[in-house]
Ligand binder design. Structure first.
Ligand SMILES: *Cc1c(COP(=O)(O)O)cnc(C)c1O
Length: 444
C-alpha cells in the first residue's frame, strides 16, 4: 500500500480528486464520507473457549437456583473490591432497595441524592417509602455538588446516596464528613464504578454499604445482576436475610423453629448468572486498564477542542472504571448547533454518542408516588404538594447539563486502540469546521 496516495493523485483526473477530497472533508450527515468505517468493539463479550465450561457445568448440574456458584462469585467480588462481605441480588436496582431497607430507611425519611443519575436511584428510595431529595450537580465533575448537600438536610434526613456517575468517584471525603456531622447513613451507588478508587480505596467500600450492577451494558455484564458490599456483619446478615424472604441468616436468629424472622423479599441471583459473572471477571481487570489508558488519551485530545470539556476528577481519585466518558458540549463554539444536532452529526461519522440523562427530579413518577395510599398516610399533605416539591428540588445546573451540555461515550468505545480515539477527536473537529452548514441543514 505504500505510495497509494501518490498513485491516486497521478492517475485520477484533478476534478475527480477534488471531489474525493471534498467528500472526505464534508460531514457525513450532509452526504460526505464518514471518518470511520470500522466497527467499535462489541458489547457484551463472550468467548466460548474460556467462558462456557463453567456455565455448562452449572446447566448440566440441574442446580440453577442460588447455591455454591453464587457464593463463590460473592467471595470473589468482596475480595476484588476489598470488602469483608458481599450479597448478590437480581440487579443493581434491587441492591439499592435492599441496602436502604436494611439501613433502616423508610416511611417519613428523606434521602439525599444527585439528579444526574439513573432512574433506579430515586425509585429505590420511593419503593422504601422514603422521599428522594435532590442536590444539584457539579457541572465540572458531573457528581453531586457536596457544597449544596447541607442546605437540603432537615430533621427527616436519614441517608445520603452518592452516585459515582460514569465511574468517576464522587467527593466521598466530604460526603462522609457531612454524614458523620448529621448522623446520616451513606449508601454508595457504585453501579457504574467497579474498581474506581479514592486514595487507593475502592468506592463502594467507603460508605456504610455499596451497590453494584452487572446489567448487560455495564463493564461486568451478566445480563442482570447486582451486589451489595460492606464490612458491617450485622448489616450484611440483614441484607442476606432480606434477599431470602427474611429467613434466618448469620446473626439473624430466633427461637429454634420459629421460622421467618424479618420483613424480606426474594432477590437471589441464580447459579448461571454467577457462572457468567465469573467468566466476565477474567478479563475485567485488563479491560479496565485499557479503558483508563484510552480515556486519559482521549481526554488530552478533546481538551484541545474549543467547546468540548471532558469530566474533571477530584484530586484524590486514584482509579476510574470509565463506564461513561463524560463531557460537556458548548454550542457557542459550534455555531449554535444544538447538542442533539451535534450528536446526530457525530453518529453519522461513525462515533456513537449519547445525549445523556434527562432531569430525574421533575418526572411524573414522583407525583404518582406522592399520591399513593401509603405516601398519603406517611407524610403531611404539604410535603406531597408537587409544586412545593419541585421548588425545593430545583437543580438549575443539572437542568443545563441535561438539556444543553452533557454528553457521553459508552465504555465499549474505550476498548479500542489509540487510533480509534484519534477518530473520535477527528470527527468532532470535522463537525466543528462545518458546524454552520450542519446547523443550517438540520436546524434551519
Ligand atoms: C445501572 C444502574 C443502576 C441499576 O442497575 P440495574 O442492574 O440496571 O438494576 C443503578 N444506578 C446506576 C447509576 C446505574 O447506572
Amino acid at each position: 500500500m505504500a505510495g497509494a496516495g501518490a498513485v491516486l493523485s497521478m492517475s485520477v483526473a484533478p476534478s475527480l480528486l477534488a471531489s474525493y477530497v471534498s467528500k472526505a472533508n464534508d460531514p457525513a450527515i450532509l452526504g460526505g464520507q464518514a471518518v470511520r468505517s470500522n466497527d467499535w468493539p462489541e458489547w457484551p463479550q463472550w468467548k466460548p473457549e474460556s467462558d462456557e465450561e463453567r456455565l455448562l457445568e452449572v446447566m448440566r448440574s440441574g442446580v440453577w437456583s442460588r447455591s455454591g456458584t453464587v457464593a463463590e462469585f460473592e467471595e470473589v467480588w468482596a475480595k476484588t473490591v476489598g470488602s469483608k462481605r458481599c450479597v448478590t441480588t437480581v440487579n443493581g436496582t434491587n441492591a439499592l432497595v435492599c441496602g436502604l431497607a436494611n439501613l433502616d430507611v423508610g416511611g417519613g425519611d428523606e434521602v439525599i441524592l444527585p439528579p444526574y443519575t439513573f432512574i433506579a436511584c430515586p425509585q429505590s428510595i420511593l419503593i422504601n417509602g422514603a422521599m428522594p431529595i435532590f442536590v444539584d450537580t457539579d457541572p465540572e465533575t458531573f457528581q453531586i455538588d457536596v457544597d449544596k448537600i447541607e442546605d437540603q438536610i432537615t430533621s427527616r434526613t436519614r441517608a445520603i446516596m452518592p452516585v459515582h456517575i460514569g465511574g468517576c468517584p464522587a467527593d466521598m471525603d466530604r460526603v462522609m464528613e457531612i454524614a458523620e456531622k448529621h448522623d446520616l447513613v451513606v449508601l454508595e451507588d457504585a453501579c457504574q464504578a467497579w474498581l474506581s478508587e479514592i486514595n487507593h480505596k475502592q468506592v463502594g467500600t467507603i460508605g456504610h454499604g455499596g451497590c453494584y450492577s452487572f446489567q448487560n451494558s455495564k463493564n461486568i455484564p451478566i445480563g442482570e445482576g447486582g451486589a451489595i458490599v460492606s464490612d458491617d456483619d450485622e448489616f450484611m446478615d440483614k441484607c442476606y436475610s432480606y434477599h431470602n424472604f427474611g429467613n434466618p441468616y448469620g446473626s439473624i436468629t430466633g427461637e429454634p423453629g420459629s421460622g421467618t424472622q424479618r420483613l424480606g423479599t426474594k432477590l437471589r441471583m441464580s447459579e448461571y448468572q454467577a457462572a457468567i459473572g465469573l467468566a466476565q471477571l477474567k478479563r475485567f481487570e485488563e479491560q479496565t486498564v485499557i479503558r483508563s489508558r484510552n480515556a486519559d488519551y482521549l481526554k488530552s485530545q478533546l481538551e484541545e477542542i474549543p467547546g468540548i470539556i471532558p469530566y474533571k476528577l477530584y484530586d484524590n481519585v486514584t482509579r476510574v472504571s470509565y463506564h461513561l466518558f463524560l463531557f460537556r458540549y458548548k454550542k457557542e463554539e459550534f455555531q449554535g448547533l444544538t447538542k442533539a444536532g451535534f450528536g446526530r452529526a457525530l453518529a453519522a461519522e461513525g462515533v456513537p454518542v449519547s445525549t445523556g440523562y434527562t432531569p430525574l427530579n421533575k418526572m411524573p413518577y414522583l407525583n404518582h408516588a406522592f399520591q399513593s395510599k401509603s405516601f398519603k398516610k406517611m407524610y403531611p399533605e404539604s410535603m406531597l404538594d408537587i409544586d412545593a416539591y419541585n421548588e425545593r428540588n430545583h437543580c438549575p445546573e443539572n437542568d443545563r447539563l441535561c438539556n444543553e451540555e452533557a454528553m457521553w461515550f459508552f465504555q465499549r468505545l474505550l476498548l479500542g486502540d489509540r487510533s480509534d480515539m484519534d477518530d473520535i477527536a477527528a470527527s468532532i473537529r470535522k463537525i466543528q469546521n462545518n458546524a454552520g452548514k450542519i446547523k443550517a441543514q438540520l436546524e434551519g
